[in-house]
Design a protein around this ligand. Structure first.
Ligand SMILES: NC(=O)c1ccc[n+]([C@@H]2O[C@H](COP(=O)([O-])OP(=O)(O)OC[C@H]3O[C@@H](n4cnc5c(N)ncnc54)[C@H](OP(=O)(O)O)[C@@H]3O)[C@@H](O)[C@H]2O)c1
Length: 302
């Protein structure tokens, strides 16, 4: 009998890309991009997953264009809200586990404390609302599942804040950056490594008593976009990258002065104690991941 694979959706995304590396230690990985596995057709998706008979489905695909979702609401709903339910139904039919990712944007960000899994969500934008609906659709599908809420994801593969800062810092001597939104920049590689660790524990443990459910998963600590940008610019200068901008040229601006179609939560900080305690893991500080990815990006562009 051939070994059942792990099926990964969204293979070309930041997290999907890193999952292909991290999950390979557990056995065969079938990593499918949007062309091979389209979440905007939930009925076809269900048939495709059942056909491949994976032992685990890791859903790294999502509609992640936060501002565009305000106007492309129907598409965001199918991909983020409906498709996770279809994945859950498919997984239940073939006795598979589903791993799904959600977001800090399910919260309204008004709390002075990092959010726990037990805190009431209250999304401010369409993206956050559709991601919350997806969590609930998966939970209702009666499949064994894990949902990891994360925040401010970046990686060497894909577009993100670090790459935008490096590009703009090469052109400008001053740059306005939002200074009153707080969160934890989280490396895609960390999310993938934690997923692999926990799937390894699942393989070795008893399925009946495994601690399924909802977990917060971010790097440790928190920062503002402005301080995050300063960290990137300072580290790039220290590494000898010729940039016109120094961190002194970063102009802090409040969110109200930087209007975007989708409202963002002021505090995106997630309390990850449940994940660390349950699985015996220690989440490293956000600066570690930023420095590592920066080193990769700077080496690539030399
Ligand atoms: N990025 C963040 O800051 C952040 C923050 C919190 C939570 N999250 C969550 O973390 C997870 C991974 O995010 P990420 O940063 O890796 O996102 P990403 O880099 O934007 O990747 C998302 C992937 O989903 C794919 N996709 C989009 N529509 C699809 C469809 N209809 N069918 C199949 N695939 C489709 C995209 O394909 P194409 O490449 O073809 O577009 C892309 O490869 C998501 O659940 C996201 O909601 C992300």
């Amino acid at each position: 009998m051939t070994q059942r694979p792990i099926l990964v959706t969204g293979a070309q995304g930041q997290v999907g890309f890193e999952l292909q590396r991290a999950l390979a230690l557990l056995g065969p990985v079938l990593a499918l991009d949007r062309q091979a596995c389209d979440l905007s057709d939930p009925a076809a998706l269900k048939g495709l997953v059942i056909g491949h008979r994976p032992w685990a489905v890791v859903n790294a695909a999502a509609y992640t264009a936060v501002d565009k979702a305000e106007t492309e609401t129907a598409r965001a709903e199918i991909i983020n809200a409906v498709a996770p339910g279809a994945l859950g139904e498919a997984a239940a039919a073939i006795d598979a586990l589903v791993v799904h990712y959600s977001t800090d944007y399910v919260f309204d960000g008004v709390s002075g404390q990092p959010y726990r899994e037990s805190d009431a969500p209250n999304p401010l934008n369409v993206y956050g609302r559709t991601k919350l609906m997806g969590e609930r659709a998966l939970a209702a599908a009666n499949a064994r599942h894990l949902i990891f809420r994360t925040s401010w994801v970046f990686g060497a593969h894909g577009d993100n804040f670090i790459k935008t800062m490096l590009r703009l810092a090469a052109e400008w001597t001053t740059l306005k950056v939002v200074s009153d939104q707080f969160g934890a920049p989280t490396p895609a590689a960390l999310i993938a490594d934690v997923t692999a660790q926990i799937l390894g524990q699942y393989l070795r443990g008893r399925k009946e008593t495994f601690p399924y459910g909802l977990y917060h998963l971010t790097a440790a600590g928190a920062t503002s976009w402005r301080h995050y940008a300063a960290h990137v610019i300072d580290a790039a200068h220290a590494a000898g990258r010729p940039l016109r901008l120094t961190s002194d040229g970063l102009v802090p601006v409040p969110t109200v002065d930087y209007p975007l179609p989708a409202r963002r939560p002021a505090s995106s900080r997630l309390d990850c104690a449940r994940l660390e305690t349950t699985f015996g893991l220690c989440l490293p500080p956000w600066e570690n991941g930023v420095d590592h990815v920066l080193a990769q990006l700077l080496a690539q562009s030399q």
